[in-house]
Design a protein around this ligand. Sequence first.
Ligand code: UDP
Ligand code: MG
Length: 337
Amino acid sequence: MTHAAPAISVVIPIYNEAENLPDLVTRVGDALARTGKPFELICVDDGSRDASAHILADLAAHTPWLKPRFLIRNYGQTAALQAGFDVAQGEYIVTLDGDLQNDPDDIPALIETMDNSPEIDMISGWRKARQDAALSRKLPSMIANRLISKVTGVRLHDYGCALKVYRREIIERIQLYGELHRFIPTLAAEAGARILEVPVRHHPRTRGTSKYGIDRTFRVALDLLLIKFLMRYLHRPLHAFGGIGLWLLTPGVLSLAWLGALKLMGESIGGRPLLLVAVMLCLMGVQLIAIGVLGEVLIRVYHEPKGRQLYRVRATPRPHTPEAPTGAARHTGPAHG
Ligand code: UDP
Ligand code: MG
């Protein structure tokens, strides 16, 4: 079974998870064997400082379906995931965390759901009963989920759940960078994916430590801004910057005209605060419009190589499912505790 081309690729980013690795590999292997499909497990060591890389290499020596990749330094979870995606061969690509907070035993049911739902391109796990004790983790994540859902229009209860299943095309269509792995559902929806959110189990981390602190909250907020901009204005930056620019430039010019008229009528305008405000408005307005024009030039440069397209067409129409509009979550599947 393991010699056939894998139908399922499981990708797991690993950073200092030495204590979890042996169990992780065994449990993923057991769970995947139950699907009856050939699979591979790609563990990407993200420059771990502990024994993770050695343990991975040892395990791989006698586990034919385990394919380790070793990054030369710690790049972060997003890069580690992309490094896994880049070599994944399966038609289904499954991601989960390396700390066993996600339950590998959930994978077979998710795969079955994918098999039975041709209209779904991606399943996102929902940690309905989340097992992270600290409020300092739950609260920011609660706010983040609400905010991201609202701002991006891709409504999910749980953006932070690492356990996800994708059809291969989705992964091929999106390119991750920065720390955008949290926004894969948004990027996927942009790429036309239909997403199903399914409740999955979640366990407390029993070994190793979390790699993130509270500062993650701010980075997520900035990434959200970026995503929103990319979604709305990537292809028309002049509208974004030029729009604000015009709103500033117009009152600036009107004020200057008004002041000019006063001056002509013999009044002294040198000491009026409005003069300063008007000049500032004009300067800012002109600069923003110029930035918008630069953006337009950049977007042309971006589109010219490789013939990047504005749109994508499908080979066949999507199966008709009236209740699931693009990007919206539809809830079915087993509700685990
Ligand atoms: N991880 C990684 N590189 C990093 C940080 C984390 O590959 O720089 C991996 C980590 O080993 C784990 C997953 O990303 O498999 C999620 O990390 P963690 O469990 O620490 O995040 P949390 O569950 O606390 O949000
Ligand atoms: Mg974790």
